[in-house]
Design a binder for this molecule. Structure first.
Ligand SMILES: CC(C)(COP(=O)(O)OP(=O)(O)OC[C@H]1O[C@@H](n2cnc3c(N)ncnc32)[C@H](O)[C@@H]1OP(=O)(O)O)[C@@H](O)C(=O)NCCC(=O)NCCS
Length: 155
C-alpha cells in the first residue's frame, strides 16, 4: 500500500469516497450527482484543494483504494470550533477489511500535526463500523449532531 498526499487531481476519487460515506449502510440515499449538488455534503470538497485543506490517498497496485481528507467546515456535521478541521473517510468496497482506513487515519493525523493543528474532528453514525475504528484510533465522543456522534482526536 502506498500512502500519498491528496491533490487537486484526486477530486473525482474523493467525491466517490464521499458517496461511500453518505451511503455507509448500503442504502443508496445519495447519488453521485447529489453529492455534488447538496451543499451540506459538497462543502467538504467544494474548491478542492484550497489553502488549509489536506488529505491522504491510499493506492494498492497503482489503484486508488481509499482516501481521507480534512478541512475547516464551519457548517459541518462534525464542527467543533473554527480551528479544528473535520475529516471525511472512505475506502472502496473492493479494498475493505485490510487495514486501509486505519493506515489512512494515522497518516492524516501526522499531516494534521505537521500543519500544525491541535485537533481533528468528525461526525459518524453510532451504528457505523467506522465508529469503532475511530475509537481505537484515539477519537473521543464530544457531542451529538442530529443522529450522529461528533468525535475529536487530540493530536
Ligand atoms: C469504514 C471504512 C472506512 C473502513 O475501511 P477499512 O479499510 O475496511 O477499515 P480497516 O480495515 O482499516 O479496519 C479498521 C477497523 O474498522 C472497523 N471495521 C471496519 N469495517 C468493519 C466492518 N465491516 N464490521 C465491523 N468493524 C469494521 C474494525 O474495528 C476494524 O478494526 P479490526 O480490523 O482490528 O477489526 C469503510 O468500510 C468504508 O469506506 N465505509 C463507507 C464509508 C464510511 O462509512 N466512512 C466513514 C464515515 S464517518
Amino acid at each position: 500500500m502506498l500512502l500519498r498526499p491528496a491533490t487537486a487531481a484526486d477530486l473525482d476519487f474523493l467525491a466517490a469516497m464521499m458517496l461511500e460515506a453518505c451511503n455507509w449502510n448500503g442504502t443508496p440515499w445519495f447519488s453521485a450527482a447529489k453529492v455534488r449538488t447538496d451543499p451540506k455534503v459538497w462543502q467538504y470538497l467544494d474548491g478542492w484543494i484550497a489553502p488549509g485543506d489536506f488529505g491522504v490517498v491510499a493506492e494498492i497496485d497503482g489503484v486508488s483504494a481509499g482516501a481521507t481528507w480534512a478541512r475547516l467546515v464551519p457548517d459541518g456535521y462534525g464542527y467543533v470550533t473554527d480551528d479544528v478541521p473535520e475529516l471525511t473517510l472512505g475506502v472502496s468496497p473492493a479494498f475493505r477489511r485490510r487495514g486501509v482506513a486505519r493506515a489512512l487515519l494515522a497518516a492524516l493525523a501526522d499531516a494534521a500535526r505537521a500543519a500544525p493543528y491541535e485537533r481533528l474532528s468528525l461526525s459518524v453514525d453510532p451504528g457505523n463500523p467506522a465508529a469503532e475504528l475511530y475509537r481505537s484510533a484515539g477519537f473521543r465522543k464530544v457531542g451529538v449532531s442530529g443522529t450522529s456522534d461528533t468525535m475529536v482526536l487530540e493530536l
